[in-house]
Design a protein around this ligand. Structure first.
Ligand code: SAH
Ligand code: SF4
Length: 340
């Protein structure tokens, strides 16, 4: 049985050829899958009933299952999705009331090998990579379920996208070409895998690169993120400078704020110093509690003070709105486990 979701136009043409149908049929099927997000072949109403019956014998729209769906009081929707091998990942849809944007936060791996101390995903360890089809299926599932068109995709769900780079790049290409989501509306977030950042620089990536920095210096970062011992902040700085130079793009620096650990005035100044010659915006993420550690979220006052100090250094700073925390869908709370 062929799964239509994830196929390119050329791949769908192979199926229509097999059924001795014209290439135009392939284009129609492609539109139903990517732009109209149908759940079944029967909904492809501009194909004849006879042709649909033939198609149904050899193909179906998807083999992914929605295991759990939770809707937050702020409208965020979290899905626990199950692939045919039984592995599950979470995908989150965020709506921002004041804009027409619908942002899908997708997972790139089941589990994650990087194991940052503050993150629920890392606690599971690495289980497997997702194929590019499994990545785009997450967005298709959201579109099929809500009937809405996703406008932005962020690789900020489970997994380290740069440790599954080939599939992530292929998925981005498909988002771009089949879903008509512009490169600038795609964001890849990484804990800082330097060789792959260099590769993205060479590829002249035009999507947004977001770096999970989370600390102002080596000592604090290595306590929070083991990856610092492999790819340290100094080498990361050089890689980011090179990236900005090669691509001309401004990067996003993500900085998790944890009470008394990295939220002090001294940390803000040290961070400003580290970033001063990097073309970047800063996104502050107040820590979202997970059950596995004792970290705490700073008070709103210290968040605002930290923001002010960084802005004073000339950076554009935003504080990430907390989305869906009542359903454990906020950053770092995705574990991929069904809580039933
Ligand atoms: N692996 C990639 C992308 C997924 S994580 C990365 O680490 O960048 C998406 C963002 O959520 C990262 O910036 C991550 O550091 C952050 N995050 C992880 N745990 C968190 C928590 N408990 N509270 C808030 N943000 C968290
Ligand atoms: Fe992996 Fe990112 Fe979580 Fe770190 S923060 S464990 S890199 S998913």
């Amino acid at each position: 049985m062929q799964i239509l979701s994830g196929l390119s136009l050329a791949e769908i043409e192979k199926i229509t050829d097999e059924l001795h149908a014209s290439k135009f049929r392939a284009r129609q099927i492609h539109n139903w899958i990517y732009l109209k997000s149908v759940k079944t072949i029967d909904e492809m109403t501009d194909l004849s009933v006879k042709f649909r019956d033939e198609l149904k014998k050899i193909a179906k729209v998807t083999d992914i299952k929605i295991k759990v769906k939770q809707v937050s009081s702020d409208g965020t929707i979290k899905y626990l999705l199950e692939y045919p091998d039984g592995e599950c990942v979470e995908t989150v849809l965020m709506r921002f009331d004041n804009r027409a944007n619908l942002t899908a936060c997708v997972s790139s791996q089941v589990g994650c090998a990087v194991n940052c101390s503050f993150c629920a995903t890392g606690k599971r360890g690495f289980i497997r990579n997702l194929s590019y089809k499994e990545i785009i299926e997450q967005v298709l599932t959201i579109q099929r379920d809500t009937g809405l068109k996703v406008t932005n995709v962020v690789f900020m769900g489970q997994g380290e996208p740069l440790l599954n780079l080939d599939n992530v790049l292929k998925a981005m290409e498909i988002f771009n070409e089949n879903f008509q989501i512009g490169a600038r509306r795609l964001t890849v977030s990484t804990s800082g895998i330097i060789p792959q950042i260099n590769k993205l620089a060479e590829l002249d990536m035009q999507s947004t690169l977001a770096i999970s920095l989370h600390a102002p210096n080596h000592a604090i970062r290595s306590k929070l993120m083991k990856i610092e011992d492999k790819y340290d902040m100094k080498s990361l700085h050089a890689a980011l400078k090179n990236y900005v130079e090669k691509t001309g793009r401004r990067i996003t620096i993500e900085y998790l704020l944890i009470k008394d650990i990295n939220d002090t005035t001294e940390s803000a100044k040290e961070l400003a110093n580290y970033l001063h010659d990097l073309k970047c915006n800063v996104n502050l993420i107040p820590y979202n509690p997970t059950s596995d550690n004792d970290y705490q979220r700073p008070s709103n006052n210290s968040i605002m003070k930290f923001k002010y100090l960084l802005e004073h250094s000339g950076k554009k700073v935003t504080v990430r709105l907390e989305r869906g925390s009542d359903i454990d869908a906020a950053c770092g709370q995705l574990s991929g486990k069904a809580k039933q």
